[in-house]
Design a protein around this ligand. Structure first.
Ligand code: GLA
Ligand code: CA
Length: 686
């Protein structure tokens, strides 16, 4: 807590602004040293797969087993469960009981993740979906051993030529309803949800995610084989982690898929609404209750396939809550102690949260990480019919494709002020776009930065053919109306709204009329996915931190991989010249395995992306993890966002609460999830 107190004191003393230097090189970020320290380990130090002599479970589950309501534990576990090593658990082997109370701003749309339904974010889907590999915890893995952790795939080997990857799945594992998990689930996901491009899994897995021409075959019930066009494509293993390769329960999903039913694709997507409980999961907890706009409750999965070294079946926590509120309330409740967890990421809440957390009596600990929360202004580049196609939209998209115009936009942005509009102090720093400074593939020398300059921005607008011909202060199309630009903004986050407000005001200063479209939840996501905007303010994903995960978001390596430029009505992405080159570099990076080549390719990406203002960066700042002090086994220095969000990084299934600190907050004590399709709060096993 020392560091937090120190930071707070410095902030209060200054009331300050950081770096005001202006240069063509990106200004260095202000010093910020309140970060937690990470202890680096090897993958084998974290986990292994093996059968143990005996297993254990909570007493109430033993009682249900005795009453004949559940098969014996050893028959519920796979042949070789995943075993978390005690040495990597900060507080060691845990005890059973208690709840983690999350608060989220999202709302579950339904449970068909594989057909693109949002489950409300904030860690719900991260916990429900288990994937072939896992990357969240990699923040603590040594560089020389860095590769995704095994998960549903417990081991894999490459063919000599590197084109084939054989993966061994956990054997004898079961879904939370007791049905067997096998290679068939994996194949159903791939063939009927990824390769069938009428289905759009959440988080955007597409056939191109794993490289063009990738094939997947079932070898036997527990073995699958990938065939890649490239040799040893490093990115592929990362893309098999959350959220792109997390198979669903075929026994429940397949009957509703249009291939096996009279359902339309829309009906398939909506076949498991928010009221459908106990959707089978491979995750540690299954959904048992959902009161709209109030709460989602999950109970432990009695078939979970992970244990500790003493043979205790995980998770330790019996229940998970997700209060359906707002993201800002998540911060407030976590520091107040009425919630247990928050990714402090809305910079507007920093000073208040720091003040509360600095009090030794505070119920929560707060720890900052690196600067990995950043925003861009994205341009809709489609000139072939993706998104809106009225005259005005078409004309604006055309402007977006003009480098003079994008230079005007980037130079109109006073990024120092944008950052300070969120929070004063050493948090925010100027972000030109591309990879974030301080991340492993970042290269400052390859980063082109066009500093804030109103006059230069105005000149660039002129060069793009825009002048205020009717003297009302806003530039017009040659011989026509004022240019009007729609800006898509996510209403659920204050930071998104503050940044958008700044962009609108800064546009006005150079004569650009920007009209915000502030939309909430799934409607926002639908507008984004359909390209219904000219510009959009958006929080960036893991791709600009790690480069190896969600790499396919960086450029349109496939028709449907990049948020801001998808295929038009002809099924093709109408790339600009530099964009085609950029895409080629990104595809090469995804396929490459030589470390030197990969570093060089990312330098090329950085240069082209920033020089051409592919996405105009806005600001980037560190987030802080807030967790209630009663929880044990929270790894020091766990970032709120790196390979994944903290809900994955902290490995919640092995987090526990010591016996003397346990709360009495379980809403459904001594029960287990009921049958798939049960009504909310009903049908639980007890
Ligand atoms: C939302 C929140 C993040 C994180 C993710 C997890 O996006 O803003 O902090 O909780 O959900 O998916
Ligand atoms: Ca005008």
């Amino acid at each position: 807590m020392k560091t937090v107190t120190g930071l707070l004191a410095a902030l209060l003393a200054l009331g300050v602004s950081g770096n005001a230097a202006r240069a063509d090189a990106v200004p260095d970020a202000p010093k910020f040293d309140a970060q937690g320290k990470v202890t680096l380990v090897g993958v084998g130090d974290i986990l292994e797969y093996k059968a143990l002599a005996s297993y254990n479970e909570p007493d109430f589950v033993k009682a249900l087993e005795k009453a004949g309501k559940l098969p014996a534990l050893k028959d519920r576990l796979p042949k070789e469960p995943m075993v978390y090593k005690t040495g990597n658990m900060k507080d060691g082997v845990g005890v059973y009981g208690d709840v983690m109370r999350h608060v989220i701003g999202g709302r579950p749309e339904g449970w068909n993740y594989w057909a693109g339904q949002s489950q409300g974010w904030g860690g719900i889907d991260i916990g429900l979906q288990e994937c072939l590999t896992r990357t969240g915890p990699l923040f603590q893995v040594k560089a020389e051993e860095l590769q995704p952790l095994p998960n549903l795939a417990k081991a894999w080997e490459w063919s000599k030529d590197g084109h084939e990857l054989t993966m061994h799945l956990i054997e004898g594992a079961k879904w939370s309803d007791g049905q067997p998990f096998s290679a068939d689930d994996v194949m159903f996901y791939w063939e009927k949800n990824v390769l069938d491009t009428n289905v759009h899994p959440l988080n955007g897995a597409t056939p191109d995610t794993f490289g063009k021409g990738t094939k997947l075959d079932k070898i036997d019930a527990n073995t699958i084989k990938w065939t890649f066009a490239a040799a040893f494509p490093t990115s592929a293993l990362y893309e098999m982690a959350y959220g792109k390769f997390c198979p669903g329960p075929m026994h429940i999903l397949a009957p509703q898929h249009p291939a096996n039913s009279k359902n339309t694709y829309d009906q398939y997507k909506n076949a498991f609404p928010g009221t459908y409980m106990a959707m089978p999961t491979m995750g540690a907890w299954a959904v048992v209750d959902h009161k709209p706009d109030n709460i989602v409750v999950l109970r432990r999965n009695p078939y979970y396939w992970k244990v500790d070294e003493k043979g205790n079946q995980l998770p330790y926590l019996n229940e998970m809550h997700y209060r359906l509120s707002t993201w800002a309330d998540r911060d407030v409740q976590a520091v107040a102690g009425s919630g247990d967890f928050s990714n402090l990421e809305q910079a507007e809440n920093y000073v208040e949260s720091l003040k509360k957390a600095a009090d030794p009596a505070s119920p929560a600990r707060l720890e900052f990480g690196q600067r990995t929360i950043g925003y861009t202004l994205d341009f809709n580049y489609s000139a072939n019919g993706w998104g809106e196609t009225d005259e005005r939209s078409v004309a604006v998209h055309k402007l977006n494709r003009d480098l003079n115009f994008r230079k005007a936009v980037t130079m109109m942005l006073d990024r120092q002020r944008l950052g300070e509009s969120l929070v004063k102090g050493p948090f925010t720093t100027i972000y030109p776009g591309g990879l974030y400074a301080g991340t492993s593939f970042y290269d400052k020398a390859s980063t082109v930065y066009y500093p804030f300059n109103v006059d230069a921005a105005k000149k660039a607008l002129e060069a793009a053919g825009l002048k205020d011909t009717d003297g009302d202060g806003f530039v017009n199309f040659a011989g026509g109306k004022n240019v009007e630009i729609t800006l898509l903004v996510n209403a659920d986050y204050q930071s998104d709204k503050s940044l958008a407000e700044g962009v609108v005001a800064m546009g006005e200063k150079v004569g650009l009329r920007v009209i915000p479209k502030i939309i909430s939840g799934k409607d926002h996501d639908a507008a984004r996915d359909a390209g219904k905007y000219d510009w959009m303010v958006q929080r960036q994903g893991t791709e600009v931190i790690t480069a190896v995960q969600n790499t396919d978001h960086l450029a349109p390596v496939g028709p449907n991989t990049t948020d801001f430029h998808k295929a038009g009505t002809d099924g093709k992405v109408d790339m600009m010249d530099f964009e085609a080159k950029l895409t080629d570099v990104v595809a090469k990076f995804m396929a490459a395995s030589d470390p030197k080549e990969r570093i060089d390719l990312m330098k090329q990406y950085q240069k082209m992306a920033t020089e051409n203002v592919y996405q105009a960066g806005l600001t980037v700042y560190p987030g802080a993890l807030i967790v209630n002090k009663r929880f044990s086994n929270i790894a020091p220095g766990a970032p709120i966002f790196m390979y994944n969000w903290a809900e994955d990084n902290i490995i919640r299934e092995r987090v526990f609460v010591a016996a003397d600190k346990q709360s009495k907050n379980e809403l459904f004590p001594n029960t287990l999830p009921g049958k798939p399709g049960s009504a909310p709060g009903e049908g639980l096993v007890k």
